[in-house]
Design a binder for this molecule. Structure first.
Ligand code: ADP
Ligand code: ADP
Ligand code: MG
Length: 471
């Protein structure tokens, strides 16, 4: 087993990885840029290395990070999610320098990180994909021709996209003409690649993804599915495991498809195969070759520590479980608490956390790197906390979610927590029946009145009185 793991990430996922290392008796080394000087991942890791004043570039400097790992005696690097986690070159540099990369090989990352290459691999493996272009589009003319063939609405997608960006729905040729240059410029800016492709738009689908684990010995298993249909602008907000809207047959089918997909590309480590479902039709969408933000809910229902398995696999150990060992129990929900103002078009709300009281009690887990007095820097993601709840059945997990959201006190920044309380009350959500259109179809859920803490009300009254007295 490894002696020391360098964590090439920050925030809650870096803390999550430190925790797995600590339980396994492995030392952890953090890296940080100036705005993260007082970050929790730095405090919690056994060692921490400064990588520059500039907020972002240090976290993206593959060579420098691998150098630090070598110089400080780390035998492995965990990339987390985002940043360099799906960067094939990073995985290759690690293997050149004799540092284990906790993820798949560079070749597998290249094949699956490129969405058109991934589609081609899946077609070859007999996995159904969304109808669309075979490769990347050569230009607007080809886009218009393909759209006529597959029929509107269509989706224009950035080939190396991620995080819900670089995706546009086009309902007509006119819209396609408008959107085409926009997607290209967004893809170039966000992902450094102008490649785009086209898929048929599946109207009102459910987003179902399967967690898989595969070792170097050729074993591959799945840990069942997550339902991530509650999204805004193609970004996940609430994730659910297992999906309350799959029959046992469909569940078994997507699980098998995911394992087939992983085996077809010689996959190694933890990964997620994402599908869109429309009725009983299943379409492969993409594969994420890393640990996902929502891996937590799968851990809650199966009891498997996914990060621990990742580390074991990278060190050459076989999977700790066979498929028949994997069982799931109850339901888990994850709320992505983002520092955003739901009442103001989800505008980011960075700043100092004046008060944080963590929710607790039975069936509650929080993965976060915030604390009272911490200032959320504006340079990174707006997700500041993951609140995960588990209960034996669907009704109970909904009630537990509402209770835990109410338990939590997070002041100083606006968050999406209050919006999730509204979603939890909605009959369609409670009935366990929703598609990726749930959020856009229910703008009225944003018209709730703000609950305010007594101290905030007292402050508002004092301020008003002071103003009145001319102070
Ligand atoms: P998950 O699939 O785990 O739910 P998200 O799509 O929410 O993850 O992405 C997690 C983080 O990784 C976000 O910060 C997102 O911006 C970033 N990310 C994901 N894919 C890419 C990519 N291809 N390029 C750059 N950043 C990405
Ligand atoms: P990312 O890499 O950003 O996660 P995905 O390809 O996984 O991108 O798509 C993100 C989301 O966009 C999906 O969960 C789904 O809601 C929507 N989406 C993507 N492709 C399609 C499609 N062909 N039809 C309908 N919705 C789609
Ligand atoms: Mg995706």
């Amino acid at each position: 087993m490894f002696k020391k793991v360098l964590i090439a990430n920050r925030g809650e996922i870096a803390v999550r990885i430190v925790r797995a290392c600590a339980e396994m008796g492995i030392r952890s080394a953090a890296i940080y840029t100036e705005p993260d000087r007082y970050a929790l991942h730095v405090k919690r890791a056994d060692e921490a290395y400064f990588i520059g004043d500039e907020p972002l570039s240090g976290y993206l400097d593959a060579r420098r990070i691998v150098n630090i790992a070598v110089e400080t005696g780390c035998d492995a690097i965990h990339p987390g999610y985002g940043f360099l986690s799906e960067n094939a070159e990073f995985s290759r540099i690690c293997s050149e320098r004799g540092v284990a990369f906790i993820g798949p090989s560079g070749d597998v990352i290249s094949r699956m990180g490129d969405k058109t290459a991934a589609r081609a691999s899946m077609i070859a493996a007999g996995v159904p994909v969304t109808p669309g272009t075979e490769g990347n589009l050569s230009g607007l003319d080809e886009a218009l021709t393909v759209a006529d063939e597959i029929g509107y609405p269509v989706m224009l997608k950035a080939t190396s996209g991620g995080g819900g960006r670089g995706i546009r729905r086009c309902d007509s040729a006119e819209e396609l003409r408008q959107q085409y240059p926009r997607v290209i410029s967004e893809a170039t800016k966000a992902f450094g690649s102008a490649e785009v492709f086209m898929e048929k738009c599946i109207v009102d689908p459910r987003h179902i993804e399967v967690q898989i684990l595969a070792d170097k010995q050729g074993n591959a298993i799945h840990l069942y599915e997550r339902d991530c249909s509650i999204q805004r602008r193609n970004q996940k907000l609430i994730e659910i495991a297992p999906s309350p809207q799959l029959t046992p047959e469909l569940r078994a089918y997507v699980g098998d498809l995911a394992v087939r997909a992983a085996k077809a590309v010689g996959y190694e480590n933890a990964g997620t195969v994402e599908f869109l479902l429309s009725g009983n039709e299943v379409y492969f969408m993409e594969m994420n070759t890393r640990v996902q933000v929502e891996h937590t809910i799968t851990e809650q229902i199966t009891g498997v520590d996914i990060v621990r398995e990742q580390i074991r696999i990278a060190s050459g150990l076989p999977l700790s479980y066979r498929q028949q060992d994997i069982q799931f129990r109850g339901y888990a929900l994850q709320f992505r608490i983002n520092a955003e103002d739901p009442k103001n078009n989800f505008m980011p709300s960075f700043g100092k956390i004046t008060r944080y009281y963590a929710p607790g009690g039975p069936g509650v887990r929080t993965d976060t790197a915030i604390y009272t007095g911490y200032t959320i820097p504006p340079y990174f993601d707006s997700m500041c906390l993951k609140l995960i709840v588990w209960a034996l059945n669907w009704e109970d997990v909904l009630d537990r979610g509402a209770r835990a959201l109410e338990d939590m006190k997070l002041q100083g920044v606006k968050t999406t927590a209050s919006y999730y309380e509204e979603i939890l009350k909605h009959p369609e959500f409670r009935a366990g029946s929703f598609t990726t259109s749930f959020v856009p179809n229910h703008p009225e859920l944003l018209n709730y009145s703000e609950k305010r803490h007594p101290s905030e009300i007292a402050l508002a009254i004092a301020t008003a009185l002071a103003a009145h007295a001319g102070l």
